[in-house]
Write a protein that binds this ligand. Structure first.
Ligand SMILES: [Mg+2]
Length: 436
């Protein structure tokens, strides 16, 4: 199933990108004469279907939509499911805009006939954004972003229509444009900073690691919280640069601490899904470690459950990282959907229990059951467990009884700058042990 989507049997994102890359290359070489069109189709108000009719009906609808889309393809065209209710078309070798127009109108026509769901007739429409090679971009990333922009424009203008990308499209709000520009500058001007939060051995109280957390100190806006700039960075692709910066800085910092006599410890770095799905991730990590001179065992990469859904990518990537000697943890564990069967096949070291469970472990028996079960399961699988968001002594006690391995949270220490960490390390270590 590496190339196909389980639900609809359509090609998946991975296959689609491979095909587009190949077609663009062939077109550049002159094997195809025409242009290449990338179409981004998103169902209108699909969330409403899921919310009102339930997910199983939502899935049923997606399957029917997929069948119709597949049924209207011409010989060399491709339609893929990118996830959720998003589909993408590849139209290689199109002669002109008129040709594209005919094709897209045909696609929108498919939605005129109602869908039949368990005896009920149901109407749904779609919005489509189109980007054309070479007019709107030369590489797949640019084309996909532009098709996406055009699709949002179509939604914005009332849905159930298609829009061809144009360079003067101003879909972004003013604030977003300002933020994007400032974020680019922030990277250059050193406005981004890493803070480090200790991770503590639950038995001894020793600091075993720190998690690197990004902060943006803007000269005018002040401290910008991550939730205001990380999604934007993901949307604009800046996240890749951001991630690289975090990885390098955290490794450099950790090496420096070791050179200055701090006890060796892990530094945890959060990976974005874009970074994790990159082909050369293992090489990148290896390069950074070699360049900085940090032993791989002192780096821990944190990924989330949702990032592991592409199993064909996840298994070899995690194995590659593991073979390097890097440690891996699954962050926010319990909030996504993990297949326990796959979890066994992933080369991971640690589960991080999400703070939403830890918060109420002493008051909510559901949460305490969940946490207890995760810890027992992880130990059976030979994994360690760290609990995030520990803020009270009672929570620590509970986690001790459950034999959780490590803890992290405000009860011990808030995130601090590298300088603070270095200057006060012994004091901090003593303070943490006193908290037991
Ligand atoms: Mg994390």
């Amino acid at each position: 199933m590496a190339n196909h989507d389980d639900l609809t049997k359509l090609p998946n994102r991975r296959y689609y990108k491979k095909q587009v890359t190949a077609i663009l290359e062939q077109t550049r070489q002159g094997i195809h004469r025409g242009k290449v069109a990338i179409m981004y189709l998103d169902l209108d108000r699909f969330k409403l279907v899921n919310d009102t009719l339930g997910h199983s009906n939502g899935d049923l609808l997606l399957k029917q939509v997929a069948d119709r889309l597949k049924g209207c393809l011409e010989s060399d065209e491709i339609v893929a499911r990118m996830g959720g209710d998003e589909f993408m078309f590849l139209l290689p070798d199109v002669s002109d805009e008129q040709h594209i127009k005919q094709r897209v109108e045909k696609i929108l026509d498919l939605f005129r006939t109602p869908f039949n769901m368990n005896g009920y007739e149901f109407h749904i429409t779609a919005s489509i954004g189109i980007a054309i090679y070479p007019n709107d971009g030369w590489d797949i990333e640019t084309l996909m972003v532009h098709a996406d922009t055009a699709m949002y424009r179509a939604k914005h203008l009332g849905k159930n229509q298609y829009i061809v990308y144009s360079s003067n499209m101003r879909t972004k709000s003013h604030e977003k444009i300002v933020m994007e520009t400032s974020l680019r500058k922030a990277l250059e001007n050193g406005e981004l900073k890493l803070f480090y939060q200790p991770q503590v051995d639950i038995k001894t109280g020793e600091i075993k690691g720190v998690e690197a957390l990004i902060r943006w100190q803007h000269p005018v806006m002040g401290l910008v919280p991550p939730h205001r700039f990380i999604p934007l960075a993901e949307e604009t692709g800046l996240i890749i640069q951001l991630d690289q910066w975090v990885l390098r800085t955290a490794c450099q910092q950790n090496k420096q601490w070791q050179e200055r006599g701090l006890p060796p410890m892990r530094v945890g770095v959060n990976l974005s899904s874009q970074q994790f799905s990159r082909e050369h991730l293992v090489d990148t990590v290896k390069e950074v470690l070699e360049e900085v001179g940090l032993h791989p065992r002192y780096l821990e990469l944190e990924i989330t459950e949702t990032m592991t859904m592409d199993v064909e990518h996840t298994i070899p990537t995690l194995k590659g990282l593991h073979d390097l000697g890097v440690q891996i943890s699954i962050d926010d564990f319990g909030t996504g959907y993990s297949s326990l069967n796959y979890l066994k096949k992933f080369s991971i070291d640690r589960l991080k229990i999400d703070q939403s469970f830890v918060r109420d472990i002493t008051t909510d028996s559901n949460d305490s059951d969940i946490v207890g079960t995760i810890i027992a399961m992880a130990h059976n699988m030979g994994l360690e467990v760290i609990a995030e968001g520990v803020e009270q002594k009672d929570q620590l006690r509970f986690l001790q009884i459950q034999k959780c391995n490590e803890v992290q949270g405000y009860y011990f220490s808030e995130p601090m700058t590298a300088e603070e960490m270095e200057a006060n390390f012994e004091q901090l270590q003593r303070h943490i042990k006193d908290k037991y």
